[in-house]
Design a protein around this ligand. Structure first.
Ligand code: ITT
Length: 196
């Protein structure tokens, strides 16, 4: 059975991917673990394009199944910013407390439904025969009025889920995976991979 190599350098994503895809029966390696690390320029204009760019770059170097995740946060009031620029927003090395606070500040005086936002995740696969598959998942929520929670990563402390009355950093990893953009996309991809 082919191994899965995940074309990501993001350790937090990799942790979630392992938790969600744990039961596929296939070995899952990050590109670093597979010794296939490269610098990939994400110059696409959509999550789907960027996921494919990452998966293709690694698939050139291996005949294993290659998956890639491109994800981010869309804030409606800010014209869907930061979107595909989510990891580069305010500079890649800026702490997430600073990035998250900037959203709270930029939405000052904005209330209720006008604070709507969503996480988006596109997962691309390049198969050993070089066939390509792309799936997408979203999680709807709002920008919180303050940062809360220690779970998750990145923008989770500022992403409020009205149905829980909590941010996605306050719910457990299992609860997050059951409703998250990445959980939905990975389960859709798992269904596709069962067919090969
Ligand atoms: P790779 O390209 O190596 O996979 P990256 O971190 O650069 O890593 P992206 O370009 O897809 O990945 O950027 C996604 C960013 O969106 C990520 O760094 C977080 O800031 C944010 N993000 C995505 N999913 C998230 C989640 O579940 N919780 C919190 N923030 C998330």
């Amino acid at each position: 059975m082919n191994r899965i190599i995940f074309a990501t350098g993001n350790k937090d994503k990799m942790k979630e991917i392992r938790e969600i895809l744990g039961d596929t029966g296939r070995e899952i390696l990050s590109m670093a673990e597979a010794g296939l690390e490269t610098d990939i320029e994400e110059n696409g204009t959509t999550f789907e394009e960027n996921a494919l760019i990452k998966a293709r770059a690694i698939a050139e170097k291996t005949d294993d199944i290659v998956l890639a995740d491109d994800s981010g946060l869309e804030i409606d009031y800010l014209g869907k910013e930061p979107g595909i620029y989510s990891s580069r927003y305010m500079g890649k090395d800026t702490p997430y407390e600073v990035k998250n606070q900037s959203f709270i500040d930029r939405l000052e005086g904005v209330e209720g439904d006008e604070r709507s936002a969503r996480f988006v995740c596109a997962i691309a696969a390049v198969l050993p025969d070089k066939r390509e598959i792309v799936v997408k998942g979203t999680m709807e929520g709002q920008i919180a009025h303050s940062m809360k929670g220690e779970n998750g990563f990145g923008y989770d402390p500022v992403f409020y889920l009205p149905q829980y009355g909590k941010t996605s950093a306050e719910i457990s990893p299992e609860e997050k995976h059951a409703i998250s953009h990445r959980g939905k996309a990975l389960r859709a991809m798992r269904d596709e991979l069962k067919k090969i």
